[in-house]
Design a protein around this ligand. Structure first.
Ligand code: PLP
Length: 495
């Protein structure tokens, strides 16, 4: 399988190169030249497979320059780091509504689904491409990617990783998770501004020939662990297949019956993976894109205009506090007939005018699959509370946004009998104060008190990795402005 840029041109690379390089040379994102198909027979054959087996089978369809048997071993190793026998269990909470729990990995957010595997994909990718340089990974994070990437790459040979997060834009728990990170090859820096400032500054470094030259002099090649990297996207395609197969193998649906997914969305990576699964032949009917108050995607899906000229809100679902959703570029590319020039001009327009519009035909094409909805802060609280009271299930604030959107859908479509899978992206203990407040009405100042009381209220198991944070020393406390980020990078890797 070859990969091409969403912004046209004739760069055409194998999977290994796409992953090592992160971004296409013209600033576009790598996309597969065509969507590989999964046949009905193959779906059948996957029914009895483990998650790791399903993963290697799906991923190999894109990354056929890797070794399939070795890929399986890597998947087994990655998903053995998850708590419990199944890394992506499906929980039924009501007739027709299921929750796909993607937060059982080492850092308690769905980012682990890809970032436990990415180090292998990158290391092997370097081998395949014959790359001798050391790799420097730069990450811009709205909270969860940073920690998952640090945990995935800590002490990896030949790799250094540096994470930038918005100083006031992540939860206390997320900050503590990152600032106490262990490992000899890691660095964490807070940036003044919000996630979009952070992400654009990292993108600027990526697109700068000068920065690349400076790093090359020091023996480093830049790579990315953000969801612009295809190596992040492809492991995420797997759990949509796996959830579907679990519904079939447990007798909830017949093979071939379409289902819906509702996905809490920020950078559009998670839901885009669901779209890829559909394009590969998974029986998916609709994809519901759920936002918080930063509802730019809801507006885009209903109006066909992507307009970033709006207020930015800090919410209780910080990993979705994003106005510039990078992965939307991959969807745009598909719905405009894979026109790289057009996609490129829209991305330019977004940069200069802060807004772009798509055609009614493109909007109609998107609407064939996607709906958008959002939840305000009160609605998140009420939804988490209602579901807890009605079913005993506790969900985090991000998942709460998605659940609200799913419930709204059934309110509006009372006769709809299609099964809905709501994707749960974080362990509730990652946002203990907000979830405690939603479930009990109690407001506590301290995160660890929040954990204790949330446990008392729900009896849900507390992940050791979160409870243990209290006693870990803080290793990183640097704060810089966005224009000083590259200086920090150079300081980190040294002369
Ligand atoms: C990253 C994240 C999201 C948003 O996922 P995207 O792929 O950026 O759309 C939602 N919820 C949580 C908990 C996250 O960490």
């Amino acid at each position: 399988m070859k990969f091409i840029s969403t912004r046209g041109g004739n760069e055409k690379v194998n999977g290994a190169r796409a992953i090592v390089q992160g971004l296409a040379k013209n600033g576009g994102l790598f996309v597969p030249e065509a969507f590989p198909a999964v046949s009905a027979e193959e779906l059948d054959s996957m029914l009895t497979m483990s998650y790791a087996e399903r993963a290697s089978k799906i991923i190999y369809k894109y990354l056929d320059d890797y070794d399939e048997a070795e890929l399986l071993k890597a998947c087994e190793a990655a998903y053995s780091r998850f708590e419990g026998p199944d890394p992506a269990p499906l929980v039924k909470i009501d007739d027709g509504i299921y929750i796909l729990e993607l937060f059982h990995g080492p850092t308690c957010a769905f980012k682990d689904m890809a970032l436990t595997l990415l180090p292998y994909l990158l290391r092997k990718g370097c081998n395949i491409c014959g790359i001798k340089e050391k790799i420097l990974i730069l990450v811009a994070t709205s909270g969860d990617t940073g920690k998952a990437a640090l945990e995935g790459f800590k002490d990896a040979e030949g790799v250094k990783i540096m994470v930038f997060y918005p100083n006031d834009g992540v939860s206390k728990m997320q900050k503590l998770q990152m600032c106490t990170q262990e490992g000899s090859n890691v660095n964490v820096v807070a940036v003044k501004g919000n996630f979009d400032d952070c992400q654009s500054a990292v993108k600027t470094i990526f697109n700068s020939a000068e920065c690349a030259e400076e790093l090359k002099k020091r023996g480093y090649l830049l790579s990315s662990a953000n969801s612009i990297n295809f190596g992040r996207l492809v492991p995420q395609v797997v759990y949509y297949f796996s959830a579907y197969l679990d519904l079939v193998s447990s007798g909830q649906i017949e093979m071939g019956t379409p289902i819906d997914f509702c996905v809490p969305t920020g950078n559009f990576g998670n839901i885009l993976a669901a779209y890829y699964a559909k394009r590969m032949g998974l029986p998916v009917r609709r994809l519901h894109c759920a936002s918080n108050m930063n509802n730019i995607l809801t507006d885009f899906l209903t109006k066909g205009e992507y307009d970033t000229r709006r207020d930015f809100y800090k919410t209780t679902s910080p990993s979705m506090d994003i106005l510039i959703s990078s992965n939307l570029e991959r969807l745009l590319f598909e719905v405009c007939g894979r026109d790289g020039k057009l996609t490129s001009s829209r991305m330019e327009q977004l940069k200069t005018d802060k807004v772009y519009k798509i055609t009614p035909e493109e909007q109609a094409e998107i609407a064939k699959t996607f709906d958008g909805g959002w939840a305000n802060e009160d609605e998140v609280v009420e939804t988490v509370y209602d579901v807890f009271c009605d079913t005993g299930y506790t969900m985090d604030t991000h998942t709460g946004c998605a659940m609200k959107v799913a419930i709204d859908w059934f309110e509006k479509n009372k006769k709809d009998t299609t099964n809905m899978v709501v994707v749960a992206t974080a362990n509730p203990y990652k946002f203990p104060q907000d979830v405690l407040y939603a479930v009990t009405g109690n407001d506590v100042r301290d995160s660890f008190k929040g954990i204790k009381r949330l446990h008392a209220a729900t009896a849900m198991k507390v992940p050791a990795s979160l409870a243990g944070l209290r006693d870990k020393p803080v290793r990183f406390d640097t704060v810089v402005s966005a224009d000083k980020m590259f200086d920090e990078v150079l300081q980190f890797i040294g002369k």
